[in-house]
Design a protein around this ligand. Structure first.
Ligand code: G6P
Length: 656
């Protein structure tokens, strides 16, 4: 979490830093700050809240300098106020630092430094680093930074500047991502590529325990013992336009709409004739043939893709497949057989702390590690024995959409690829499976054309609950229905609520969503619920429909909305039975069903229906995902939520 950026060159650093931070805001947006140095004078500006608050402040009180560092924060240690915002100064304000990560031994370092007379201003773990550098500085900034980080436990990506070295920016990393951008007469650091892509395509991916010293004309790299090292620069192939909104109001809706194209790209790259090809997937067939069990590990949406991956691989490989969230997996007494267990880690960012730790743990125990990753050159990609990139392009919205369907597609392809090696997927089966997959991009496009129908359902939902809420708040059912417009009814109720009732803040708290699905669409139910709660703050639960009777049925009355994922499938009848049970308890049902399904449209089953095109059940999660993403999106927009940057979340969770 947190995004850092740095610049050294001839231009004013501040607009470049602010620009970089705006593309890193997905990493955290609790507070933001920058520091720049002009003629040896350090100047800093930081504010609690989003970057735009800092931008306003900089308009009134400009800061300038040809060298600078910036930070956008997702708070871990210390509340997200101005004092705890980065950058942080040393006692004499001659060193200034930005940090992403967690310094685990900050407490003991702080106590020690305090005893030695250092004065702390914030409650952050980061501040110890700048005091440590101040303490260890003997005229050489590189030496001081190296000496300081040798004392740190935990994770860090750091940017440091000092008045003693007005032409130098020092950066270092361990377990938090950091890249160096190499320009002409100017150089950059950033947590992620989009932050600097407007300025350069030449980047160096720093590895753990590497330190970079940037001047205007040079980037020199060292290990933490100050010994010089050499690394190649990589050229970024995608352009900055793919990290911009391209006319859409939000990144999320842009990314939802990109899915047909993403799938086409994946299939074009990965299918050659009747074969699945993963170029540069460095795990040999001989190694893969020895595998007798598979463990999938991931977090969040990637975990849901992994769960679906279990259904896919089980069917295609006939091997025992286990799936776990990374935070559980890393601390379990896992059963890993050397050379026999294949771990598949799934991660959009390739930097999620728990997933990375799971990968390392599994490697230590002798597992073969493959990863399904979106961000090229990320830590997970680099540390895996073999990586399959999902080719989804940069995903900016915090709620993952196109990365999810790209991960699912990769699982189908991986299943076919491994199935050929294990002899469980024949030539004929491959042809059939690839044929079905090839239809998906077109069906996705068809499905997205119906987005207005999903919006209508979202609007109806909001309308219905605005009335309900107004009614509840008034405690006077009839009174509220005299308003023709539910918004007016709600406004009136709110007014009354302010006077007599404080429940308005609990908006929607009483109207949860329940998502139900079976078989391959059980993970779709979990993902649907996650999408909704992430961006609308409405409580939502995903459940295996067969488990409904073991708890969630107690929630059912006329208030919750039950989203039933019911495409034509082997479990269709079972889903209908579940719906009947819900209806018998006055439950409100939104069915996601196959186009042309007349049965499900009957009032005895559904209040609302969203259709998906006809597709083989096995591949249906790829299509089911889209209307569920759209439903969350339109409800969030209708409720005026911050779609791309929902509260408390961050796109890349680089702390445990
Ligand atoms: C965060 C993001 C989710 C994402 C999860 C795992 O919670 O908000 O969208 O699914 O991390 O991230 P990864 O980058 O490992 O897929």
């Amino acid at each position: 979490m947190c995004g850092i950026v740095g610049y050294i060159g001839k231009k004013n650093a501040v607009p470049i830093l602010m620009d970089g931070l705006s593309s890193l805001e997905y990493r955290g947006y609790d507070s933001a700050g920058i520091a720049a140095m002009d003629k040896g004078q350090l100047c800093m500006s930081k504010r609690a809240g989003k970057l735009k608050i800092l931008a306003e402040c900089l308009k009134k009180n400009p800061v300038k300098g040809a060298i600078g560092i910036g930070h956008t924060r997702w708070a871990t240690h210390g509340e997200p106020n101005e004092i705890n915002s980065h950058p942080h100064y040393s006692c004499k304000s001659d060193f200034v630092i930005v940090h992403n990560g967690i310094i685990e031994n900050h407490h003991e370092l702080r106590e020690k430094l305090k005893k030695e007379g250092h004065k702390f201003r914030s409650q952050t773990d980061t501040e110890v680093v700048v005091h440590l550098i101040e303490k260890l500085y003997k005229g050489n900034l590189l030496k001081a930074v190296c000496a300081a980080i040798r004392q740190l436990h935990g994770s860090f990506a750091l940017g440091v500047i000092s008045t003693h070295h007005p032409d130098m920016l020092v950066a270092a990393r361990k377990d938090s991502p950091l890249i160096v951008g190499v320009g002409k007469g100017e150089n950059y650091i950033a947590s992620d590529v989009p932050a600097i892509l407007k300025y350069t395509r030449e980047v160096i991916y720093l590895d753990n325990n590497e330190v970079a010293v940037l001047t205007r004309d040079k980037v020199a790299l060292y290990n933490t013992k100050e010994a010089p090292i050499k690394k190649k620069t990589a050229k970024i192939k995608w352009d900055s336009a793919s990290a911009e909104k391209a006319g859409y109001p939000h990144f999320m809706i842009k990314e939802i709409n990109e899915q047909p194209q993403v799938l086409k790209t994946i299939l074009n790259h990965r299918i050659k004739g009747n074969r699945v090809v993963f170029e540069k997937f460095n795990i040999s067939e001989a190694k893969l043939k020895k595998i007798n069990n598979i463990q999938i590990v991931a977090c969040g949406t990637a975990y849901h893709a992994g769960l679906c991956g279990k259904y896919i691989l089980e069917k295609l490989l006939r091997l025992p497949i286990n799936v776990d969230t990374s935070s559980e997996f890393r601390y379990r007494d896992q059963i890993i057989t050397k050379g026999r267990t294949l771990i598949i880690v799934v991660s959009q960012s390739g930097e999620t702390a728990d997933t990375l730790a799971s990968l390392r743990e599994a490697k230590k125990k002798g597992a073969v590690v493959a990863s399904i990753c979106n961000v090229v050159g990320s830590s997970i990609a680099r540390e895996s024995d073999g990586v399959i990139y999902t080719l989804a392009g940069p995903e900016i919205a915090v709620a993952s959409t196109k990365a999810y369907t790209a991960q699912l597609t990769t699982f189908y392809l991986l299943g076919i690829y491994l199935g050929r090696i294990y002899g469980t997927v024949s030539d004929k089966a491959t042809k059939k499976l690839l044929g079905e997959l090839a239809k998906v991009p077109g069906l996705m496009t068809q499905s997205l054309k119906e987005h207005k129908k999903v919006k209508k359902v979202a609007d109806q939902y909001i309308r219905r609950y605005d009335y309900r809420l107004a009614e509840q708040l008034m405690f006077l059912g009839d009174e509220i229905w005299r308003f023709k417009d539910p918004k007016k009814a709600l406004a009136f109720a709110q007014q009354c609520a302010k006077k007599s009732h404080s429940a308005y803040g609990k908006r929607f708290g009483d109207f949860p969503f329940l998502y139900l699905g079976r078989n391959v669409n059980y993970p779709s139910a979990l993902e649907g619920a996650l999408k909704l709660k992430e961006i609308t703050y409405i409580s939502a639960e995903g459940y295996a429909a067969g488990e409904m009777k073991h708890g969630p049925i107690a929630l059912i009355d006329e208030f919750p909305l039950v989203v039933c994922i019911t495409p034509q499938s082997a479990v269709y009848e079972k889903m209908l039975s579940n719906i009947k049970e819900i209806r018998a308890r006055k439950g409100v049902v939104l069915s996601v069903a196959t186009e042309g399904d007349k049965e499900i449209r009957k009032k005895e089953y559904s209040d609302y229906v969203i259709e998906i095109p006809k597709i083989d059940e096995f591949f249906s999660p790829l299509l089911v995902a889209l209307p569920l993403q759209l439903l969350s999106y339109y409800i969030a927009v209708g409720l005026k939520c911050d779609v791309d940057q929902p509260r408390n979340l961050a796109k890349s969770v680089t702390v445990e």
